[in-house]
Design a binder for this molecule. Sequence first.
Ligand SMILES: Nc1ncnc2c1ncn2[C@@H]1O[C@H](COP(=O)(O)OP(=O)(O)OP(=O)(O)O)[C@@H](O)[C@H]1O
Ligand SMILES: [Mg+2]
Length: 457
Amino acid sequence: MVPSLLGLCMPGALLIWARTSGRRVAPMLALGALMVFQLQALPWLALGIGIAGLAAGTRRLWVTRWLSSTPFMRPLRVRRWAKHGWVSAVTSVGLGSLVKPTAPLRVTGVTDDGIYALWTLPLGVTATDVLREGESLAAFFDAPRLDITPVRPTLIALTWRWDEPLAASRELDPPTPGTVCLADGLTIGRDESGSDVVWSPLAPASHALLVGGTRSGKSIALQVALAQAAAMPDVVVVGIDPTGLLLAPFSNGPQGARLALGTASNSLADALELLRQLVDVDLADRLERLRESRADAIRETSAAHPLVLVVLEEYPAFLAACAADDTGSGRKPQERLRTRAEMYVQRLLAEGLKAGIVVILAAQRADADVLGGYRRDQMSTRLAFRLESADGWRMVFPASPEVAEVGATLAPGEGYFASPGRAIARVRGDFIDYAAYRDHVEQAMAWRRDHLSEIPI
Ligand SMILES: Nc1ncnc2c1ncn2[C@@H]1O[C@H](COP(=O)(O)OP(=O)(O)OP(=O)(O)O)[C@@H](O)[C@H]1O
Ligand SMILES: [Mg+2]
């Protein structure tokens, strides 16, 4: 019984051994030894060889079905492939060791969405070298993406991923008022590795430029950022909004008067008065306070000394409305709203950061006629959604011409983000619909009236 069972099964087992280990001689020798020592089971052995040969010959016909019908064996297969294939895979792309044996891949977890592993780098190989070969190493497990994260200088974590964090937007769950503060940053969305993309206006200090063609996701991104800012006691939102939709829910807050909504003549006058106050009063007072406290910049905020977030939604539309009003009223050059607005905005961009006044400006394009190069350069945090023209992309990300090629095909909410100290990354912005945004901000403003109304800005 035992010899016949051995004879029937061993050829198949030896074939698997030969395939997975790459050895040929040892399995052949073992088969020869079986034939000699199990002579009485020769017919069974012949049958076993026949079955193994047939299975090997028809492998292409059944292997996919076999793999998909035995998912419980995937971790085993992954580990076996890692054990036998890794060293030759990294050696073939020049990451192997020339002096010592290359360390094997340590698989630490296998899930439906990913394979998690650690690898000790060979002498002379750095994490940057591995990053450069990311694409070929992703193919090792035939995965669409591979995340490579240094753990220590000589150890990296590798994650082969099949999930696609950018496939769909994440719904923003707005924070409860008072439970977050500026130091938590404003989460914009997620990058390709699934990590949060966060804009921290004061760490390091930067104004933000938000560009994208029509219906590309700018206003939704602003809603996502402002829904969080509304809940931060150490942030005050003020600004100009020609659409009237974005900032309207802030009108009930303690700083309700510091908003200019719409493009009617009186709204434009309000907008100019707001900009004048921001420059002549807020900025001047804050700079004076800095001088008194002998500090060079405001780095900490509190409810008593909050960050002032100046939102300029549809900035070119606001300037165009100012210009139309100037023409309609026949103003003299030095009194023109547009000229004055541009001058105030320029001062806020140039001097606001050290005084804790941060601008977030949204525009369909960053053209020179509305955003001269100097003003654009002051806004070092940049988020760009779909932009039809390659020129438009080059103005926003001059150092990354490669993104211009995909820039015209991005879906709403999909874009690129860069900030000081953070390399440009493809992102998918979070989503919040207008009704939820409006309700949340109105609640946050009611909370402010109850808790913060006595605090001046
Ligand atoms: N992050 C997102 N996730 C999913 N859908 C989004 C996202 N952002 C925007 N959209 C979709 O795109 C539409 C347009 O977005 P939004 O109003 O923000 O565009 P916009 O750039 O402000 O356009 P406009 O210049 O016309 O004001 C939204 O109504 C929504 O359906
Ligand atoms: Mg919009």
